[in-house]
Design a protein around this ligand. Structure first.
Ligand code: ZN
Length: 145
């Protein structure tokens, strides 16, 4: 249990208690829902893309601290980003949480680095990537405009 507690750092708990951009958009251009049955997490992402960039983003859902905190921090870092930039952020994030990958902290987004502890908990990786997967599925399936 103490190892799990280490993982639940202050920032993660803060985002779980007060998730940023929590809710739904009135007129989303893209949306998707992803489930993580192993943990019981569900994240729904609403996006408004404008001029190829994220103009607004909100998420809602339920689940463990990691799934909610990760989706919350994701909505902050993807704001005003283009799809290609989001794909780079997500690919760096997957390296951050994968113990099999060489980690170069200098290329990592500082806000996402709070999740580096997930390297020690492979079973929680799905929790951390759920919001990202929902966002990318929304954009990929519905195209950008
Ligand atoms: Zn979870």
């Amino acid at each position: 249990m103490s190892d799990i507690l280490k993982l639940y750092q202050k920032t993660i708990l803060d985002h779980q208690k007060n998730p940023r951009n929590f809710g739904q958009l009135e007129n989303p251009t893209h949306q998707a829902v992803k489930d993580n049955p192993i943990c019981g997490d569900q994240v729904h992402v609403d996006l408004k893309m404008m001029g190829g960039k994220v103009d607004d983003v909100k998420f809602c859902g339920r689940g463990c601290a990691i799934s909610i905190a990760s989706a919350s921090i994701m909505t902050k870092v993807v704001y005003e980003k283009e799809l290609e930039e989001i794909k780079v952020l997500y690919s760096d994030f997957k390296i951050l949480i994968d113990p099999k990958q060489e980690l170069d902290a200098s290329t990592q987004n500082p806000e996402l680095q709070v999740f580096a502890g997930i390297r020690q908990f492979p079973s929680r990786r799905k929790c951390a990537t759920l919001g990202w997967e929902a966002l990318l599925e929304a954009v990929n399936e519905q195209g950008t405009s």
